[in-house]
Design a protein. Structure first.
Length: 79
């Protein structure tokens, strides 16, 4: 991106990568997602997930989740 700031293909790829990182890290801002990814790489996965469980979640996210240990799926085996 720094080498060719006017190249629209490079810019689109850069923005796609930022969006994907946001989705993977569960963040709304690319900078926050990059910080979370760097932290994730510095600590163990288990410690990172424990840290995330201690943070409050928004109502929209927690309302879609079921009780811990359960899965919601539209696929039913045998049907």
């Amino acid at each position: 991106m720094l080498a060719a700031p006017a190249d629209l293909t490079v810019r689109a790829t850069f923005e796609d990568a930022g969006y994907t990182l946001c989705v993977l890290m569960g963040k709304r801002c690319a900078r926050e997602a990059a910080n979370a990814a760097e932290r994730y790489l510095r600590i163990t996965a288990a410690a990172y997930l424990r840290e995330q469980d201690e943070r409050p979640r928004t109502a929209g996210i927690s309302a879609r989740r079921g009780p811990p240990g359960t899965r919601r799926s539209s696929f039913h085996a045998g049907r």
